[in-house]
Design a protein around this ligand. Structure first.
Ligand code: SAM
Length: 238
């Protein structure tokens, strides 16, 4: 069972969207657990101060190392300790798979300008980014990470929704999907049939068509993934 502790200044944000749908049902079934730890609870002054101005000057406030460290120390066992940060390594499906296989994860959500570097260094935190943009806090990043991990846990997805063919599984984006009606009448009166191959009942040809679509999409949309995929293919065919 995956047990996750999230250290945050906004514990009421959790479980938030993770309490619904797949992740919410899994939480109810005890397939994973989530505890939000309120960093502010570890302050000792009347104002419950968690941040201070940066040494060296500059804009914004910095989360204090003493307070955050007390919050971290309260969590045992911590398992992998992750600080959500735009400076971190990108959250990829490979990293998600690794994290989903852990027993314990501790996620630390930054706010303001970020966290005093000494705490990051002291605990040797793994910094993880959910993308090249700046959020106002790590909470949404932690939710993204948790959602991606939880859906991979045993018993969370139905058999019909197995992730083997999903985007990134084989280095490719996923092929396009179609469902009934087989001919869709669009609002402007035009008719849009599904690709004929999909109604042929020929499983091998459908699989080949989907693979080709996945390759075409990946090549067009994600040159970075495409290059890695073609290189791997070349090595494997040697
Ligand atoms: N001053 C920081 C910088 O420029 O790198 C940004 C701080 S941001 C306003 C506050 C917090 O939001 C960060 O400490 C981090 O926890 C979280 N955060 C922002 N963008 C993120 C991202 N792309 N991935 C993960 N966490 C992020």
């Amino acid at each position: 069972m995956l047990s996750i502790r999230v250290l945050t200044l906004f514990p009421d944000m959790f479980p938030g969207p993770l309490g619904d749908s797949l992740s919410g049902k899994a939480l109810e079934k005890g397939l994973w657990s989530l505890e939000a730890v309120d960093i502010r609870g570890f302050t000792e002054d009347v104002h419950k101060t968690v941040d201070d101005t940066p040494f060296g000057g500059g804009a914004g406030m910095v989360m204090k190392p003493d307070i955050v460290s007390r919050a971290v120390e309260s969590v045992k066992p911590r398992g992998r300790m992750i600080f959500l940060s735009p400076r971190g390594k990108p959250l990829t499906q490979d990293l998600v798979k690794e994290l989903a296989a852990e027993e314990h994860l501790t996620l630390l959500c930054g706010r303001y300008e970020g966290l005093d570097q000494r705490v990051i260094d002291y605990y040797d935190m793994e910094e993880v980014s959910i993308g090249d943009y700046v959020l106002s806090g790590g909470e949404l990043g932690a939710m993204v990470l948790m959602d991606a991990c939880v859906r991979l846990l045993d018993g969370v997805m139905g058999n019909a929704d197995t992730p083997e063919e999903e985007s990134f599984e084989n280095g490719l984006l996923e092929y396009p999907h179609y469902t009934r009606p087989s001919v869709w009448e669009a609002p402007d009166g035009s008719s849009h049939p599904v690709p004929e191959i999909l109604t042929s009942g020929h499983h091998a040809k459908i699989a080949a068509w989907r693979h080709e679509q996945a390759e075409r999409l990946t090549e067009g949309r994600r040159p970075d993934l495409w290059e890695a995929y073609t290189q791997k293919k070349a090595v494997n065919s040697k």
